[in-house]
Ligand binder design. Structure first.
Ligand code: ADP
Ligand code: MG
Ligand code: MG
Length: 876
């Protein structure tokens, strides 16, 4: 018989796969001797078995009952006992935190009899009836899908007739009767009175909540696998709604928005936990608990300290105080903003809790990318319309929309404005540029979810009176309608009418050399972690740069050279005409004249880039795209010629061009006459480029510089192609006095090159994987054609976990890379190997390239810091 159920005292935090994050951490806290109500966890194995067959696995009920009896014995209190009933919480919790996405049912065990026992034991009849009505509502909704609004509506009308002190016990008892009727009408049976039946129905519906629509959407967004299943935690209830000396709250050991140390969280007196998270009632800032209940406050601070030292990281916590006794209901290593991640990692190093190497594992390249986003430029901006709580940083500008569907459908940036959000708003939150709510604090649903996905969010802006029906909100007598543009600042919580201009963030200004590394705690933390990444990484980081400005920018951002200098842009603009002359040349004399005109221009281009990267390698790629890309497009030319002919005029040059375009037309230009093929069939083209590079380098040397150009041949599939180009190039190089040694290498970007890398290495000083083309040619799809067509469906269906153009396909394309590295190095041990596709700036791909033993990655200049960090992470 497999084991499915684990008492909290059996588990620990290393078993999150089996027990879910919540269960594993409840077990960990229990082991640490912290006050956790007793309970047990039903494993994710059981959930997967349930989801596969639609019924609980054999023996599960017996096993649950056995563990329940132990809990009952420990508390000396029984489920269903009419005089002193044990009540249970049944809580979801998978491997990865999915806040509010799955179900939790509280107060299991109440029925028409036990409600009396609860009233007697607690001495609070109102509390007992209120708990019963909560159970019917939560259970009805979760297990049977009874609409919450029907219950909420009845509750509202009772509250409306009750006095300031709230509904009386009698009113609540009547409300329970009404609730039971609503339940029976929707479900077609009476509310189950048997506590064990309640328990098992609740467990099954928690299993099922794994596959709810919102849980699936959330997983796709967060890239959490769909087949993990959730664990179910069953534990004794404790009550925060037993009067003013009770309450419930959420706390963070540091500020999850900025990383600052202090007391952060929200507290709600006389309330049950879900009231806080739902953001329904306005909460008290946690520091005030010190005044309300100093003993519990001090105990909580101690526990938070214990947890931080134990987990060596920011923790977030859910707790409840029942009549002055503190209970821990949840903890986990808390989600945080990108800024907080950097600041906290640096602080923990200072506090001696983690090493600098470990600090690198606490931040990601994606987080650094977020910190490089622009921020609002407030010079001359009007005063804000209102100020809420800055819940998730960022500067968002967009049109106001009031419902999630409209946000999801919008094609331009929108700000989703809601009183509060709930899990059904997820599609809208994903689509929106920012989220703004009028209720709830830093721990409300809106705040937690937005932070998790890096979405800008301002919440709790209670000056806003939102009327979604009318499609407007008002602040005082200002009216903002759906479609009006607003700007929200997720750091300061400020809200402006109209668009506020944005400017570079402090981190990007620091990276550009405009701010000192000590400018603020965040910049200092970024500086420190990048420094450490540079110290430990084995992978070099170069940049793709085609102009001296790009090269200079890349160098400031920490690039160790140029890994890809494309030359095609050097043939555009006014030079197009020279290329046309080259293409249309009739005979060697005209061709040589065209090339001779291009030579000095190219030389100057290269001299500029070599100067910007003095002392560092600059890999220059010989011309790659098909030549007809430099000619006017066929429809445009055809129209021009037709117009001329209609007017009876001679189309002249256009006529010749049209003939050339028709002659050179290709059905699949990506697979046509380009790259090395061009060099081999257009006499003198590559020789001219090689000469320009060599002469530019010679010129720089004579001027005292240290130019380090490298020549790179694109699209090679066979060693003989490369050998032919190399022979010609070396002849040219030998003719240029004062040129440095210039290595000649090749791109590996078609499968045949990877498969014959050993042979190719005999002719190549270096390899550079062109992973964009290698991905296209390995999968046989053209990026321009597929991204807008079936990629969406493939991502949706999970055929791609992520686009292979974004993160390297390690299994397929990656295998070719590993093979080529191994065979290339076997043939030529000193072979330098890099990568210059866009994958070079993708953190996940960088980790792969480090593992594959590459020497460097090359990426766009602004991704250089991200690649440096990712390379550092890959080395620890
Ligand atoms: P989520 O994963 O959505 O946060 P939880 O399982 O944590 O869901 O439950 C939601 C709320 O229910 C918690 O915030 C907590 O305050 C309350 N709760 C959970 N377990 C108990 C318990 N044993 N006693 C009292 N309240 C509980
Ligand atoms: Mg929780
Ligand atoms: Mg290519």
């Amino acid at each position: 018989m497999p084991k499915y159920v684990y008492d909290f005292i059996e588990g620990d935090r290393s078993r999150a796969d089996l027990l879910g994050g919540k269960g594993a951490n409840l077990a960990e806290m229990t082991r640490l001797g912290l006050p956790v109500p007793p309970g047990f966890t039903i494993s994710t194995d059981a959930c997967r078995a349930y989801l596969a067959t639609g019924t609980p696995p054999a023996g599960l009920f017996e096993e649950v009952n056995a563990h329940l009896r132990e809990v009952e014995a420990r508390l000396d209190r029984w489920l269903g006992d009419a005089r002193d009933p044990l009540l249970l919480a049944v809580r979801s919790g998978g491997r990865y935190s999915m806040p509010g996405m799955m179900e939790t049912i509280l107060d299991i065990g109440l029925n028409d009899t036990t409600v009396g026992g609860l009233a007697a034991r607690s001495g609070d009849e109102r509390f007992a009836w209120d708990s019963y009505r909560r159970l019917i509502q939560m259970f009805g909704h979760t297990v049977y899908g009874v609409p919450t609004e029907e219950f909420a509506h009845e509750l509202e009308s009772v509250r409306a007739t009750a006095g300031a002190a709230g509904p009386s016990a009698g009113q609540l008892r009547d409300l329970v009767e009404t609730y039971k009727k609503i339940f029976a009408r929707h479900v077609g049976r009476d509310f189950p009175q048997a506590p064990h039946e309640q328990l098992f129905l609740a467990v099954n519906s928690v299993f099922e909540s794994w596959n709810s629509e919102r849980a699936r959407i959330y997983r796709r967004q967060e890239r959490i696998p769909d087949d993990l299943g959730t664990a179910v935690n069953v534990m004794a209830m404790v009550f925060g709604n037993l009067g003013p000396d009770s309450g419930t709250g959420v706390a963070f050991t540091r500020d999850p928005a900025t990383g600052a140390r202090g007391v952060y969280g929200d507290y709600l007196a006389d309330a049950q936990g879900e009231d806080v998270v739902a953001g329904i009632r306005n909460t008290t800032p946690l520091p005030e608990l010190e005044r309300i209940d100093p003993v519990s406050f001090r105990r909580l601070m101690e526990i938070m300290d214990t947890l931080e030292r134990h987990y060596r990281d920011l923790c977030d916590i859910e707790f409840t105080i029942e009549r002055g006794t503190l209970w821990m209901l949840q903890t986990r290593v808390g989600k945080r903003t990108a800024a907080a991640a950097f600041v906290i990692a640096a602080q923990l190093v200072d506090e001696g809790l983690i090493s600098a190497d470990e600090a690198l594992t606490r931040v990601t390249g994606a987080q650094l990318a977020q910190l490089m986003f622009p921020a609002f430029d407030l010079t001359g901006a009007p005063g804000p319309l209102a100020v809420g709580v800055g819940a998730s940083p960022g500067a968002a500008v967009g049109r106001v929309v009031f419902d999630s569907a409209a946000a999801a459908a919008a094609t331009d940036p929108v700000i989703l404005v809601r009183r509060e959000t709930n899990p059904d708003d997820l599609p809208g939150m994903i689509a929106a540029a920012g989220v703004l709510t009028s209720r709830g604090g830093k721990t409300s649903h809106a705040a937690v979810v937005a932070r998790g996905m890096g979405r800008t969010c301002v919440c709790g802006a209670d000056a806003l009176a939102i009327d979604a029906e009318r499609g407007e909100f008002t602040v005082g007598d200002e009216v903002v309608r759906a479609g009006d543009v607003i700007s929200i600042d997720g750091t300061s919580g400020r809200i402006w009418r109209g668009p506020v201009p944005v400017q570079p963030s402090p981190v990007s200004r620091y990276l550009a050399g405009e701010l000192s590394p000590q400018a603020d705690p965040l910049v200092a933390a970024v500086h420190r972690l990048l420094d450490h990444a540079d110290a430990v990484r084995r992978l070099g980081v170069r940049a793709n740069a085609d102009t001296p400005e790009d090269a200079r920018r890349a160098r400031r951002l920490g690039a160790g050279g140029v890994g890809l200098c494309r030359t095609e842009h050097m043939f555009l603009g006014e030079r197009r005409e020279l290329v046309e002359r080259l293409i249309l040349a009739e005979g060697p004399a005209e061709r040589e004249a065209a090339l001779a005109a291009l030579l000095p221009l190219q030389r100057a281009d290269f001299a500029g880039i070599l100067a910007a990267m003095d002392g560092l390698p600059v890999t220059i790629r010989l011309l790659d795209p098909p030549l007809h890309e430099f000619l006017p497009a066929l429809p445009e030319l055809t129209a021009r010629v037709a117009r001329a002919e209609a007017l009876g005029a001679d189309p002249g040059r256009d006529g010749t061009l049209l003939a050339a375009v028709r002659r050179m037309h290709e059905s699949n230009p990506m697979l046509g006459l380009r790259g090395v093929r061009l060099g081999l069939v257009v006499p003198g083209l590559f020789a001219m480029q090689v000469r320009a590079v060599a002469e530019a380098a010679a010129q720089r040397r004579r001027a005292g510089g240290d130019p380090r150009p490298e020549l790179m041949v694109p699209l090679v599939g066979d060693v003989r192609e490369l050998a032919a180009v190399r022979l010609e190039a070396e002849r040219v190089l030998a003719e240029v006095a004062d040129a440095p040694e210039i290595p000649i290498g090749t791109m590996i970007e078609v499968p045949r090159a990877a498969l014959t890398a050993g042979e190719i290495a005999a002719e190549a000083h270096f390899f550079s994987f062109g992973t964009n083309d290698l991905t296209q040619t390995t999968w046989a799809f053209s990026r321009d054609d597929v991204e807008g067509s079936f990629f969406g469906a493939y991502l949706e269906r999970g055929i791609f976990p992520v686009s292979p153009f974004e993160s390297i396909d390690a299994k397929g394309v990656g295998r070719l890379i590993r093979l080529a590295v191994a065979e290339g190095r076997a043939a030529r041990p000193e072979l330098t190997v890099g990568v210059c596709g866009e994958h070079g700036g993708d953190p996940e791909s960088v980790a792969f390239f480090a593992d594959a033993g590459l020497d460097y990655v090359s990426c766009s200049p602004y991704r250089v810091p991200i690649a440096r960090l990712a390379a550092g992470r890959a080395a620890v």
